[in-house]
Write a protein that binds this ligand. Structure first.
Ligand code: SAH
Length: 258
């Protein structure tokens, strides 16, 4: 076991920011954001949350220079360095810290370096994104399973880490994160694997941000619809019967986001 490092009470909180609306922060996240010495954030935390934090406590570790992604090793080292200076570090991540958020990697790194940490769970965009657009990810009449998968695959990889054929056979709801660029690939894979081309699909861009955008279609029309609407990351893709129930919810769905 690693001996605790001499952190002089420094501590790291791996905090989920939720999907972006500041009112969807947990009470604990809000308290830590108000009191933490340094907030290391990525670009998914949402402008309205970041605007409420004094600029001198904010460090952007999401993008650097010309939009390049900050290497994970830099983020890891920076967390340890600040904790060893005795700082209370808030590592703020969009959505929930462990849903495709490298929260697990960061926990292991901190543990390996003897830095005390705590994880603060949050609302993931995988569920909140569809939900605020009027789409429940499960529904007694339409879906008893929900699979949350990544649409972003390393182009170098010969085989997809996501088994689209198995997903097509499982039925239920499929929620794809990081799924804008490869939308044509996985919608095709799902149809090839036997899902009906008319299976409903919705995409929710910048869910709960002030400029949220939703497009709907089917497996064979969503690529065109997303293109026409100019959908860009970050966006959630939700595939399955539940995506087709949105129209009935819409009549009375009051949303402050669109
Ligand atoms: N930890 C995050 C996910 C990080 S992966 C969470 O739990 O939500 C990054 C992907 O999350 C994006 O590509 C997008 O698919 C999704 N995402 C995160 N925030 C979003 C938002 N506000 N609206 C739509 N998609 C979002």
């Amino acid at each position: 076991m690693t001996e605790p490092a001499d952190t002089a009470d420094g501590m790291v909180y791996l905090v989920g920011a939720g999907p972006g609306d500041p009112e969807l922060l947990t009470v604990k996240a809000k308290r830590l954001l108000e009191n933490g010495d340094v907030v290391l954030h990525d670009k998914l935390s949402g402008p309205n949350i970041l605007d409420q934090i004094d600029a001198d406590r904010l460090e952007d570790v999401g993008t650097r220079g010309h939009g390049d992604t900050t290497p994970q090793s830099y983020v890891n080292e920076r967390m340890v360095e600040l904790a060893r200076e005795g700082k209370t570090v808030v590592r703020l991540k969009g959505g929930d810290p462990t849903v495709f958020g490298r929260g697990g990697e960061e926990m292991r790194y901190l543990a390996d370096h003897g830095v005390p940490f705590e994880v603060v769970p949050a609302i993931t965009s995988a569920i909140a994104g569809p939900e605020v657009a009027g789409i429940p990810v499960t529904d007694r009449n339409h879906a008893s399973t929900v699979s949350i998968v990544t649409g972003h695959e390393d182009p170098e990889k010969a085989e997809s880490a996501v088994d689209w054929e198995a997903l097509a056979n499982t039925g239920g709801t499929i929620v794809v994160l990081m799924g804008v660029t490869r939308l044509p690939d996985y919608t095709n894979s799902l149809v090839d694997a036997g899902l009906a081309p008319e299976t409903p699909v919705a995409m929710v861009e910048r869910a709960t941000w002030p400029d949220q955008q939703v497009v709907t279609g089917t497996l064979d029309s969503i690529v065109g619809a997303a293109d026409d609407a100019g959908i860009e990351p970050p966006a959630i893709t939700v595939i399955g019967e539940v995506a087709g129930t949105r129209d009935t919810a819409l009549e009375f769905l009051a949303t402050t986001y669109e």
